[in-house]
Design a protein around this ligand. Structure first.
Ligand code: DHE
Length: 503
């Protein structure tokens, strides 16, 4: 809301409003003054229709993760390390409370984010092929990490050999999900909860193109050949296909079933051996396989027995392992036949998106934490039986390992023990060590370097850090201060679909 250029922007908006029929004008006539207050104080940065601008979108779907009391505090006090200043000297308590209530209500008019809005949002700073092909810094380009810092919406590029930061740059507000690399590791695509896709050239340290795919986005996927980017949205109910070069819009797919009922998309992932994208729908019991022909999406619908929230694949992308939205079980779907072939007893809402796999006694197993249970389930991927349930000190969010490491790391994201991290021996299936690296601060999300020799763990706090550990001795080597570092993503591990990391 409070940016230095606010006055100028407000002036331009008001001037524009004199000539254009802006969507809020009709509603303005009937409101109790709160829309006018919003337009005066907030619209310059958050958009006249609350869709966002320099600041994030202020709509119920986008604010769902922020408590109203916290939103009220942010309006009053501002948000440190961002351009959002406090309003306590400008607005009285009642006005702040009314504004808070207002932004949590659905807008008075229908919000659209279709082809024209997507096309108009596209910005190409450096068209594909126009920047030099040689990196502007020296490092093993395959052992770089990107660290997303959600505390002040920045990303740090880290050299994975010496674990020294190379560069730090601002990101869109609230990045979520793993950034996705181009197959050669030169470019990375970030997705934000507000629907922005940012393509970044790591070699030149520059944002090359951006586009807004939706109003509230789940995640993005990059095709295995690097040609396409697909975005999965909650709002509107769409999948959107882009050319990966300059993020040109190629196809816009309303997500609905044969009866015309629409659905949010739980997530979309690339399935390299199949040359396709796989998406699961959140409100309709269907999963879709999407291939691209002549720049158009071709859909193959698979009907599922249950609504799917979160999912995972076996290494050959033959099966989709999905978590049912009821939080009580999982299903295994054969992606060739589209049929459900097994059910998994997984109570406590498994977080399958965080699953990892490894070889155990000659067979492949996968492990998943649970959002609502202090447990890690280990599943035989041939028989689809749960072979072990490890008791943890609370529900967890992420798991990580590396083919070259004998250990898997699992956090305890929720509850009183959120500052602890379990280390599991992948051959005995036992927790062999529990660390508490920063008492009182959440410790979560690990990523290994390309060799599996070192790993990074986040101290998930505004006054946080990345901790570097030796993957064998489990000894801490150093701490690099960071602002609420969330995910970390190693180029080599990601582009090679390493078994111990997310894809
Ligand atoms: Fe995430 C990945 C869904 C809340 C941090 N999260 C994902 C993915 C999905 C997902 C589908 C995989 C996308 C991908 O990588 O392409 N997340 C959800 C939810 O449904 C949930 C529970 C509720 C929501 O509001 O969306 C949720 N996620 C969170 C958080 O509260 C976290 C901890 C903080 C934040 O930034 O919002 C969070 N999610 C992450 C991270 C990843 C992620 C860091 C990438 C993990 C990776 O290693 O790849």
């Amino acid at each position: 809301m409070c940016y230095q250029t606010r006055a100028n922007l407000m002036k331009s908006l008001l001037l524009a409003g004199a000539f254009l029929a802006l969507p809020w004008q009709a509603a303005n006539a009937n409101d109790s003054g709160i829309e006018t207050l919003y337009l005066q104080q907030c619209a310059a940065c958050h958009g006249p229709d609350r869709l966002g601008g320099m600041g994030p979108a202020l709509l119920p779907e986008n604010l769902g993760r922020l408590k109203q009391t916290e939103a009220e505090r942010v309006i009053r006090e501002g948000r440190p390390a961002t351009q959002m200043g406090g309003y306590k000297d400008i607005l009285n308590d009642q006005q702040i409370a009314d504004l808070t209530k207002y932004i949590y209500q659905p807008p008075s008019h229908e919000l659209k984010w279709g082809r024209p809005e997507i096309r108009n949002s596209q910005v190409v700073n450096h068209a594909a092929g126009t920047l030099p092909d040689d990196p502007v810094f020296e490092a093993d380009m395959m052992n770089l990490f990107l660290v997303v810092e959600i505390g002040d919406h920045h990303v740090t590029l880290l050299d994975g050999d010496n674990m020294e930061p190379i560069h730090r740059f601002p990101s869109r507000f609230a990045l979520h999900g793993g950034p996705k690399y181009s197959p050669d590791g030169r470019f990375v695509y970030f997705g934000s909860r507000d629907g922005w896709i940012t393509k970044y050239d790591i070699y030149n340290l520059k944002v090359v193109a951006e586009v807004r795919a939706g109003i509230n986005m789940r995640n993005i996927a990059v095709s295995a050949d690097g040609q396409y980017v697909m975005a999965a949205n909650y709002l509107p109910h769409t999948l959107v296909l882009f050319d990966a070069d300059n993020l040109d819009l190629l196809d816009f797919i309303p997500v609905e079933n044969a009866q015309g009922e629409s659905s949010r998309v739980s997530a979309v992932y690339t399935a390299p051996p199949r040359g396709s994208f796989i998406a699961a729908l959140k409100d309709i019991p269907e999963a879709w396989e999407v291939t691209v022909q002549d720049n158009k999406a071709q859909l193959r619908r698979m009907t599922t027995d249950t609504l799917l929230d979160d999912f995972f694949f076996d290494p050959g992308y033959q099966h989709l392992i999905g978590a049912a939205r009821d939080g009580k079980h999982g299903v295994v779907i054969d992606l060739d036949t589209g049929k459900t072939t097994a059910e998994l007893p997984l109570p406590g809402m498994p977080h399958l998106g965080s699953g990892i796999t490894w070889e155990y006694q000659g067979r492949r197993v996968m492990a998943t934490p649970h959002f609502r249970a202090g447990a890690i389930s280990i599943i035989d991927m041939d028989t689809w039986e749960v072979i072990k349930t490890l008791k943890t000190e609370g529900p967890g969010f992420f798991m990580r390992s590396h083919e070259n490491s004998r250990y898997a790391w699992a956090d305890v994201f929720f509850g009183p023990n959120a500052d602890k991290v379990h280390i599991i021996d992948k051959q005995t299936l036992e927790i062999v060590k529990t660390l508490q690296p920063a008492p009182g601060k959440v410790a979560a999300h690990v990523e290994f370097d390309r060799y599996g020799e070192k790993l990074l763990l986040s101290v998930w706090d505004n006054d946080g850090a990345i901790i570097v550990y030796d993957a064998d001795t489990l000894e801490e080597e150093k701490r690099i201060p960071m602002k609420k570092p969330s995910g970390k993503y190693n180029v080599w591990n990601k582009i090679n679909y390493e078994e111990g990391t997310s894809h």
